[in-house]
Write a protein that binds this ligand. Sequence first.
Ligand code: ADP
Ligand code: MG
Length: 296
Amino acid sequence: STPVATFCALLTAARMGLLVKGGDVLESLGEIKAVAFDKTGTITRGEFTVDIFDVVGHKVQMSQLLYWISSIESKSSHPMAAALVEYAQSKSIEPKPECVAEFRILPGEGIYGEIDGKRIYVGNKRVLARASSCQTAVPERMNGLKGVSIGYVICDGDLVGVFSLSDDCRTGAAEAIRELASMGISSVLLTGDSAEAAVHAQERLGGALEELHSELFPEDKVRLVSAVKARVGPTMMVGDGMNDAPALAMADVGVSMGISGSAAAMETSHATLMSSDILRVPEAVRLGRRACRTIA
Ligand code: ADP
Ligand code: MG
């Protein structure tokens, strides 16, 4: 392999907005047979809007509930957190992160925080199952909602709030996946979000994805990446590092989303996409293939 050819290919990659950590990564890029995409913040923009926010029961008032969850969420860097903080602010409620006594992230589930002496969980139905003691009924209007992520707020064991959030697919996501398919590369979706949200994304992508895996914990994403590697061949994982940094490390080529992604993701990944243009993914594989031919 000639150092000059490798250098030129790395430079070309950098010009198109892909920072590749070395010549060996370039070679691996050319050999990719499958791509595992994270959903939130990778296939989708990671810019949620709150569509519904309801108080459940009579234990708390709306303004208090919004104050609690926005204060706790202001300590999280999850894309849903920003939407909830903004929603509270749109109702003139400012978060007070300094009033949160204890804070924990529950990967793939949500968050936990203590505020005003209350123990509060915010997250998906796994959080609901884990944190709520009684079977408080989820309001009727939350059933049968299509294409949204549903969140629950549990205060001292009681369900006190429900909300729904939605997020759009990135422009070019469907095209990127179709291009990969035309190159003989299959694409799968790995998400910590619900099955409904995964199916909705697939519908928006015109059914381009070959497999959907939902309700995953970070360790499930690692397991699935290694399963795809064993079954299909060299595998790329593209993610924003929210609960997928270990899966990025497990992939033959882990690509982190540089703009929306976390610092941890940039560290464990083999390459970083410096724009939100997902079409760079097939382009990178093409570059890798060309580089391999030139280098070999
Ligand atoms: P993805 O794999 O699609 O990026 P995540 O693993 O980041 O999803 O999150 C999985 C699910 O956990 C989310 O869909 C959401 O329901 C819940 N969740 C995670 N973090 C938060 C948070 N800060 N606030 C509310 N819900 C959260
Ligand atoms: Mg994500």
